[in-house]
Design a protein around this ligand. Structure first.
Ligand SMILES: N[C@@H](CCC[C@H](N)C(=O)O)C(=O)O
Length: 297
C-alpha cells in the first residue's frame, strides 16, 4: 500500500457471532464513516464477505463508551445488530481490560457485558409493537398476527406473521415443520421488500419446540440468508411470549447455534451468546481496500 493509503486505513477485525459474519472497524479519533461503496466492495470479496460492519466511533452522548454505526452488506445502515454488538464487546474488552460497556446506536442506548465464561450479554432495549413504530405502511391494531401471506392464495406457505421492532423491523412467520424445509431464499427477498414494510424488514420463520425453546431461520434485510441474527432472535422470543407460544426466557436456536433471550419484567430484552475473533487487518473506509495483518510465525 502507498503511504497515503496506509494513513487512510483503520484497524478492523473479522469476527463472527454464531456465524453471523461481522467486521468490527475502529473509526475512533476520525470524522469519516464507512461509505456504502466500501461496504459493498468488502462484502463482494470472499475474504472479507460480511453480514454487518460494526463501525466504532467516538462517543457523542455523555456517559457512553462509543457510538456504533451498523452497516449492512448492501451498504445501508441498520439500527440494531445483536450478534455484532457481542463482537464489539469482545474486541473492546480485550483492548481495554473492562467487561461492561454502554453504547449508542441509531436505535438508542444499549448496555453490554462480558461474563467470566466469555459469553456476552447485550441489553437490546425495549421491543416496539405499534404499527407506526415497526413501521408498517398501513394500520394494524394487533401486530401479534397481521394479514400477510405468501404462496397460493388458498394454501399459503407462510402467513399471519407477528411483527415487532427491536430497533429494526422484523416479521416472524410461525411454522410447525422444520424451519430448514422452507425456501426462505425464495420467499425472503419478496417479503423483505413487500409494500407493507416501507423500510423493508428482516424475515424469520420460527418453530416453537418447547415453552422455553424455538428454532428460527432468518432472511436479513440488506444481506440475505444468515447463520444468525440476534435481533431476529429477540423479536421471535418477544413475539413467542406475546402470542402465548412460549414463556419470556427462551433458547433460540439459529443455524449457527444457540442464543439465550430473556424478556425481563422491566420490558428490556437481554440476549446472551458467544463471539469469535478470526483475523485482523486494516481497511480503507472510503474504498473498502484492505490488507491482513501479518501472522506471527
Ligand atoms: N445480524 C443482525 C441484524 C442486522 C441488521 C439487519 N440486517 C437490518 O437491516 O435490520 C443481528 O444480529 O441482530
Amino acid at each position: 500500500m502507498t503511504p497515503h493509503a496506509v494513513a487512510s486505513t483503520v484497524p478492523f477485525a473479522r469476527m463472527n457471532g454464531l456465524g453471523n459474519e461481522i467486521l468490527v472497524a475502529d473509526l475512533r479519533g476520525r470524522d469519516d464513516r464507512i461509505l456504502p461503496a466500501a461496504a459493498i466492495a468488502l462484502a463482494g470479496r470472499a475474504e472479507t464477505r460480511f453480514d454487518q460492519i460494526m463501525a466504532i466511533h467516538d462517543p457523542v452522548t455523555p456517559d457512553t463508551d462509543a457510538l456504533v454505526r451498523i452497516v449492512n452488506a448492501d451498504g445501508t445502515e441498520a439500527g440494531a445488530c445483536g450478534n455484532g454488538m457481542r463482537c464489539v464487546v469482545q474486541a473492546l474488552a480485550a483492548e481495554l481490560g473492562r467487561r461492561s460497556f454502554t453504547f449508542e446506536t441509531r436505535a438508542g442506548i444499549l448496555f453490554a457485558e462480558e461474563h467470566e465464561d466469555g459469553t456476552i450479554s447485550v441489553d437490546m432495549g425495549r421491543p416496539k409493537f405499534g404499527w407506526q413504530d415497526i413501521p408498517l405502511s398501513e394500520p394494524f391494531h394487533d401486530t401479534r398476527a397481521i394479514e400477510l401471506q405468501i404462496g397460493p392464495i388458498d394454501a399459503p406457505v407462510l402467513h399471519s406473521p407477528s411483527v415487532a421492532s427491536m430497533g429494526n423491523p422484523h416479521a416472524i412467520f410461525w411454522v410447525t415443520r422444520d424451519v430448514g424445509s422452507y425456501e426462505l431464499e425464495r420467499f425472503g427477498p419478496i417479503l423483505e421488500n413487500h409494500p407493507l414494510f416501507p423500510e423493508r424488514a428482516n424475515i424469520s420463520i420460527a418453530e416453537v419446540t418447547a415453552d422455553d425453546a424455538m428454532t428460527i431461520r432468518t432472511w436479513e434485510r440488506g444481506v440475505g440468508l444468515t447463520r444468525a441474527c440476534g435481533s431476529a432472535a429477540c423479536a421471535a422470543a418477544v413475539s413467542g411470549a406475546r402470542t402465548r407460544r412460549t414463556g419470556r426466557r427462551v433458547t433460540v436456536t439459529v443455524p449457527g447455534g444457540d442464543l439465550l433471550i430473556d424478556w425481563r419484567d422491566d420490558d428490556r430484552v437481554v440476549m446472551t451468546g458467544p463471539a469469535e475473533w478470526e483475523w485482523s487487518g486494516r481497511l480503507d473506509p472510503a474504498t473498502g481496500a484492505f490488507e491482513r495483518d501479518a501472522v506471527a510465525a
